[in-house]
Design a protein around this ligand. Structure first.
Ligand code: AQP
Length: 333
């Protein structure tokens, strides 16, 4: 079956955006149609400063979130990136294949670096090359990601194509981004034009998977909305980013279409919709956060699960890296 690879950075606590936009669809891809490989990409996290004392626990939290949400370590390979050194080995080769001009066009780098592009880490700049290595180390052909990662998957194809061309062999596949349907980009609760992020400034702008029921209720109550009631028609959500986001979260959590949510709540005010949304979120998230806490209590168990996953990942990665070295003419022992 075609191989799927995707990952999450342990750069903060897991958010509702990561869950609805990534983990939930990944759970659905497990099964006979795909071989699924999911990774906690800790090497990507350190492209910006991470407190060493918190990084290992952050890695365990993301792994616990994936397990609690339904990633099954028997059906999928689940591990953390640092345990498989082949990722960085292949990334170096890709640093020598990719062109500086390609990196200069990456919009995520421009967004993250902002005004300060001279002072960010070299790792942040080279991030897409490591991401290409993550994917191509397994010859993965399908990468489920949010819309914001599409450009990086296209760059992965460019790197694969240039490698294949330069060395005269069709060795790396041309990977496809699998973008989930609309509504899968969960926005910031205080500003509906920005995405919900782990590392956003204020905790009030996101729902963390480990938030308790009162915190979830408070965050939705204080979430920015607008003075209008909910519309009857989906088209009337245009130009109302906060309303659109809250309706999309409800639809995604309840596995319904936006139309169905508006059929139920159209014409109602926020005083009715926000508590219903908070109740739904608590109902869906409480079992996951409970299981996450239980898993995180036993660090040794999570670590040995990640270690087993890493061993399985290396069985695939090692021969592909070895062959890459041979193609390039590097001696390897
Ligand atoms: N708000 C979101 N809505 C939908 N999907 C999202 N993803 C992240 N935020 C949202 C998806 O989650 C996967 C893992 O993302 P990541 O952790 O590797 O990187 P990110 O997209 O940069 O996540 P954050 O939360 O915004 O982290 P920080 O703040 O550290 O940069 C990806 O598939 C992503 O699309």
């Amino acid at each position: 079956p075609p191989r799927v690879f995707s990952g999450i950075k342990p750069s903060g606590g897991l958010t509702l955006g990561n869950y609805l936009g990534a983990i939930k669809p990944w759970v659905g891809m497990q099964g006979p149609s795909y071989q699924t490989i999911y990774c906690v990409v800790d090497l990507h996290a350190i492209t910006v400063w991470q407190e060493p004392a918190e990084l290992a626990d952050g890695t365990r939290e993301i792994a616990a979130g994936m397990l609690a949400a339904g990633i099954d370590p028997e059906k999928s390979i689940l591990f953390n990136q640092a345990r498989v050194p082949e990722h960085t080995q292949l990334a170096w080769i890709f640093n020598c294949v990719a062109r500086v001009g390609w990196m200069n066009r990456m919009t995520q780098f421009k967004d993250k670096a902002g005004e300060n592009a001279e002072a960010v880490s070299l790792g942040l700049y080279a991030y897409p090359s490591l991401m290409a290595a993550d994917i191509l180390l397994y010859h993965a052909t399908h990468v489920p990601v949010g819309e914001d990662q599409k450009q990086h998957v296209e760059l992965t194809r460019d790197i694969a194509a240039k490698f294949n061309h330069d060395f005269g062999r069709e060795f790396f596949p041309l990977t496809e981004a699998v973008i989930e349907g609309p509504g899968m980009r969960i926005m910031n609760l205080r500003d509906g034009t920005k995405k919900m992020s782990k590392s956003g400034e204020s905790d009030m702008e996101r729902i963390n998977m480990l938030d308790d029921a009162d915190t979830i209720a408070k965050k939705f109550k204080k979430a920015k909305s607008d003075p209008e009631p909910l519309p009857e028609e989906v088209s009337a959500l245009a130009g109302r980013p906060e309303a659109k986001n809250l309706v999309a979260i409800y639809a995604s959590l309840s596995d319904q279409s936006t139309e169905a949510v508006l059929a139920e709540f159209g014409g109602e005010g926020w005083g009715k919709f926000k508590p219903a949304l908070a109740d739904l979120a608590v109902e869906k998230l409480a079992p996951i956060s409970g299981e996450m806490r239980r898993l995180m209590d036993d660090k040794a168990e999570i670590d040995s699960m990640l270690e087993r996953g890493a061993e399985r990942a290396r069985e695939i990665a090692r021969p592909i890296l070895r062959e890459t070295y041979e193609i390039v003419g590097l001696q390897y022992s």
